[in-house]
Design a protein around this ligand. Structure first.
Ligand code: ATP
Length: 455
């Protein structure tokens, strides 16, 4: 592991960014953050000035392992040199960072985060940023960093430090398993999940997918996370966790403040002309070709932006939005949130649609035969320019013409989001629209007493 020990300016707030760390208990950056937090709280050197932040970065990065998560811990201490030395001992001794992954740990000391680190973090949410750019920032702002493998973890660790999350955010209480339990089946009574979901929704969310009868709070891998409960405040996610009465003896829990469930990666409006692969954003555009449903049940159609650039878009089967997308017609005005998929030998560059808002539907007319004036039935054509005849009463009308009628559009003008089981971490559930919150400043945060526990 390379260790850079440039001395930082003296300051009382320490910001630690972690990404792609690999603990001996399984692979999970949030668990490494849990162990470091435990250490910091135990040694009473430090007072946390914010909840640990769990930041989901650009979900379209091809080299991510799972949810492209990075963590930032911010605490005030009078002895930060001392704390950092001990922290590095801990990282080494506990092997919180093991080889095999590409971990990054970055440490910045300062009362506030410089704007250039904040804009780097904003870019890392929807674009691909280079490790070189991260290294330059580190040099410029005297960020100490520790990297291994290809060093790519530095990007996420600095991006986590640069994300203040003063805009919309949510919370997640993550419960951790004891080491000996990792890799064994997680036992949970799904009826209890349904019950606390009923009691706490919409203040907790993505607990249970009622249409597919699936518990959503359990991961499936061998990692140390037992479950994660998402919601609107630290208090509600901890109280929901307690309602679960988990029988397995756990290591403890920690509450993260997070950008999960906020669509934070889709805030950038994009034109289609020079769109880059792996980026994410939104566009208000027009449907340019009628959707076709291809093998696998996905809907493919093209969209045209306001300056006329056209690109293909895909709505995938697991989102449960294909039936909606299939009803779009050329000329409909829609807003889509999307990630840009790399072109392959089989497909051109394509937008993977993450939400679909139907703003305006085009009037569609169809031509039909005229109605018989005697018996009110639709007449049949007698042939080109020969008029129409009623098959019921036999009356003829040589001058009757085909008529145009407005086709009923079976699509509502509203927002459609994927079904919960197809949600990515950043996907904003439909019920959260209107529930967005913001902070005046991070100094306005008072941590709830139960945000951390160790059993
Ligand atoms: P885990 O859940 O195990 O932490 P993950 O899905 O979060 O896995 P990582 O293993 O952390 O994925 O890998 C993501 C890698 O991509 C990290 O090295 C991170 O620094 C880097 N990365 C994240 N966002 C960007 C970005 N916008 N541009 C370039 N690299 C990025």
């Amino acid at each position: 592991m390379q260790v850079y020990t440039k001395t930082s300016a003296k300051s009382s707030v320490v910001h630690i960014g972690l990404d792609d760390t690999d603990s001996t208990r399984g692979k999970c950056t949030t668990h490494a953050a849990y162990r470091i937090t435990d250490y910091l709280l135990n040694h009473k050197f430090s007072e946390f000035v914010d909840y640990p932040l769990l930041i989901r970065l650009n979900p379209n990065i091809p080299w991510k392992t799972r949810g492209n998560g990075a963590v930032c811990l911010r605490f005030r201490t009078a002895y930060h040199e001392d704390v950092l030395d001990r922290l590095m001992d801990l990282v080494d001794h506990e092997r919180l960072v093991a080889s095999g992954a590409n971990p990054g740990i970055a440490v910045y000391c300062g009362e506030s985060i410089p704007p250039s680190i904040q804009s780097f973090a904003r870019k890392a949410l929807y674009d691909v940023v280079s490790r070189k750019m991260a290294e330059e920032l580190a040099k410029r702002h005297q960020i100490r960093f520790f990297i291994d493998g290809n060093g790519q973890g530095l990007v996420g660790s600095i991006a986590a430090i640069g994300t203040l999350l003063q805009e919309d955010h949510t919370f997640e209480a993550v419960a951790y398993r004891k080491q000996e339990k990792c890799g064994t089946l997680r036992k949970l009574d799904s009826a209890q999940v349904v019950q606390y979901d009923t009691e706490t929704f919409p203040y907790t969310f993505n607990n249970y997918d009622r249409s597919h009868h699936r518990v959503l709070i359990l991961p499936h891998g061998p990692d140390p996370v037992f479950c994660g409960i998402r919601g609107e405040s630290a208090e509600i996610v901890v109280s929901a966790l307690r309602k679960l009465q988990i029988s397995e003896k756990l290591e403890g829990h920690m509450v993260f403040r997070t950008n999960q469930g906020t669509n934070q990666h889709l805030q950038n409006e994009m034109g289609f002309a020079d769109i880059k692969c792996y980026t994410a954003g939104f566009s208000q555009c027009r449907v340019d070709s009628r959707p076709t449903v291809i093998e696998g049940g996905h809907a493919i159609f093209s969209v045209r932006d306001p300056v006329g650039a056209v690109v293909n878009a895909a709505v995938y089967e697991p989102t449960d939005l294909v039936n909606i997308a299939a009803k779009l017609e050329v000329g409909d005005v829609i807003k889509i949130g999307f990630g840009v998929r790399k072109p392959s030998s089989k497909h051109l560059r394509i937008l993977n649609v993450e939400y679909l808002q139907v703003l305006e539907t085009k009037e569609i007319f169809e031509t039909v035969n005229p109605i018989c004036l005697t018996c009110n039935k639709r007449m049949k054509s007698e042939g080109m320019n020969k008029g129409f005849r009623c098959h019921k009463c036999g009356s003829r009308n040589k001058d009757a013409k085909k008529i145009l009628i407005l086709k009923p559009r079976m699509i509502e003008t509203r927002l459609f989001v994927p079904t919960p089981r197809a949600h990515r971490h950043l996907t904003k559930p439909v019920h959260r629209y209107g529930m967005e919150k913001s902070l005046r400043s991070t100094s306005a945060i008072t941590l709830c007493p139960a945000w951390f526990s160790k059993t």
